[in-house]
Write a protein that binds this ligand. Structure first.
Ligand code: SAH
Ligand code: F3S
Length: 481
């Protein structure tokens, strides 16, 4: 692989990994969760062996791939719009082939080929290794599809080609799929059963990233705390494992420790934690290692016990509070963030008030909030009416967003006149004389560039803030730089 520096449309420089001698051009874009962005890097790696280098220009592409999201109806509509755009380009470049990857491919299967004439190729999240065969079909003018889900595939043996990278932060996927079956969620259907990746291959990837100059990694999975390696296989089959396998099994806390020790200067983040699986030993491991960032994304979805039960979230409001108390006691400087849904079927005003009071108790640093979107095939869609009118969903959403803004502001203001450690990631979106980076707590900080460079770890005096961003001046390199 050769590294080249390219300028994207916004004039920002990007590090591109390109293989010498490759002549075909791949345009790949991703929607939805971090896992999709990470999967696209695996796809780019597989295709680099098939003669493809990536291009930033849709018009130049021989092959266009879109990695899609099904989590909410709106996410699917966004992808449909992109297909219209590809259609317009294909009129000028009829040889261009178009493929759909990811969750929509898995959900809609052959329907995609019927509904969208532009699509030549449909590939589900576990079938990317079949791309060379599928492309051979497409090259011969036939549509191709593989949406078979796997109980083993983790792509642990594939070295991702980093896309759109700043050369500083990278995703490392550790589990695939999800076994939780939250009743609103399409992910278990589109990404299949949960499986964990061999820790050895994870550590090798982390070591490789550090040697290439990366300074921060995010361990990725739908439910990272459920990570369990005992030689491969589904988590539910662990009971059948041999004594030897049980004795040498690696859980998430142990994996975190292995990563933190393998590269004591690389920053480590992880996402997402499901409250029912986040154990005390994970929180204690976070406390033990300075290089594990002090931030937990801990989606709760609702503050009402009745709704949590309807959602098949396997914890109560009280158990969630206990977990929050433990985090606050063991990691007093840890940021906590949420995902919340308003307007789940049967949600009453009282349920909504319970969500607001839960937010008041936790005081999240930030969060991602959504109105409920009914997903075909999920338990909620099959068993419940989507009975909360859109206006009420939206009003409740506005109320929780407003409450979150108030909490974020309190949390951010607490950093005023303090010094925070920031890893510089990119130029600030608002000013080309300022850097932007994040603190250990995942809070964005901006400050004048001065002599500092992308990838530097610096101490920043916080002089001002908005509800989401710290504003300050750098006062020198961190001792860990
Ligand atoms: N694995 C993660 C979440 C994956 S989906 C977890 O443990 O929670 C990301 C977020 O999208 C969810 O946390 C939820 O808040 C939201 N979401 C999922 N399905 C949704 C739906 N049908 N309607 C609205 N929001 C949804
Ligand atoms: Fe979805 Fe629940 Fe898994 S939100 S991804 S089914 S933890």
């Amino acid at each position: 692989m050769e590294k080249t520096i390219d300028e994207n449309k916004q004039g920002k420089s990007l590090v591109l990994e390109q293989k010498k001698g490759n002549t075909r051009k791949l345009f790949i874009e991703s929607y939805g969760c971090a896992m999709n962005f990470s999967d696209s890097e695996i796809v780019a790696s597989i295709l680099s062996e098939q003669g493809f280098n990536t291009t930033q220009s849709l018009e130049d592409a021989d092959l266009v791939l879109v990695n899609t999201c099904s989590i909410r109806d709106k996410a699917e509509q966004t992808v449909r719009k992109r297909l219209e755009k590809y259609n317009a380009v294909k009129r000028i470049n009829p040889k261009m082939k178009v493929g759909v990857l990811g969750c929509m491919a898995e959900r809609l299967k052959t329907k995609f080929l019927e509904e969208e004439k532009i699509v030549d190729l449909v590939v589900g999240p576990d079938a990317y290794k079949d791309l060379p065969n599928l492309l051979a079909e497409v090259d011969q003018g036939r549509d191709a599809i593989n949406v078979i889900l796997s109980k083993e595939e983790t792509y642990g043996d594939i070295a991702p080609v980093r896309l759109n990278t700043n050369g500083i932060t990278a995703y490392v996927s550790i589990t695939r799929g999800c076994d939780n079956m939250c009743t609103f969620c399409v992910v278990p259907f589109t990404r299949g059963r949960e499986r964990s990746r061999d820790p050895q291959s994870i550590i090798e990837e982390v070591n490789d990233l550090w040697s290439k100059g990366y300074k921060e990694i995010t361990l990725l999975g739908q439910n990272v705390d459920s990570y369990l390696w005992y030689g491969g296989g589904l988590k539910k089959d662990f009971i059948k494992a041999s004594d030897m396998q049980k004795a040498t099994a690696v859980n998430f806390a142990q994996l975190l420790e292995l990563c933190a020790k393998a590269q004591p200067r690389i920053r480590i983040r992880f996402s997402t934690s499901n409250p029912q699986d986040l154990t005390l030993d994970v929180i204690e491991t976070m406390a033990k290692f300075d290089n594990i960032c002090k931030h937990i994304h801990l989606p709760v979805q609702s503050g009402s016990n009745r709704i949590l039960k309807e959602m098949n979230r396997l914890h109560t409001r009280e158990e969630y509070f206990e977990l929050i108390d433990n985090i606050k006691n063991i990691l007093p400087n840890c940021a906590i963030s949420q995902d919340l849904i308003t307007g789940f079927p049967t949600e009453t005003e009282q349920d909504h008030q319970d969500t607001l009071s839960l937010m008041d108790y936790v005081k999240y640093n930030f969060g991602y909030m959504f109105t409920y979107s009914e997903r075909p095939g999920t338990m909620a869609e099959r068993k419940m009416d989507d009975d909360i009118p859109e206006v009420i969903k939206k009003r409740r959403l506005a109320e929780i967003v407003q409450r979150q803004r108030e909490h974020s502001e309190i949390k951010t203001k607490a950093y005023l006149s303090t010094t925070v450690e920031v890893l510089i990631e990119r130029e600030s979106k608002k000013s080309n004389v300022q850097w932007s980076g994040r603190t250990s707590q995942n809070i964005v900080a901006v400050f004048p560039k001065e002599q500092y460079q992308i990838g530097d770890l610096v101490n920043v005096n916080v002089t001002d803030c908005t509800s989401a961003t710290l504003i300050g001046v750098a006062i020198g390199y961190s001792k860990d730089n």
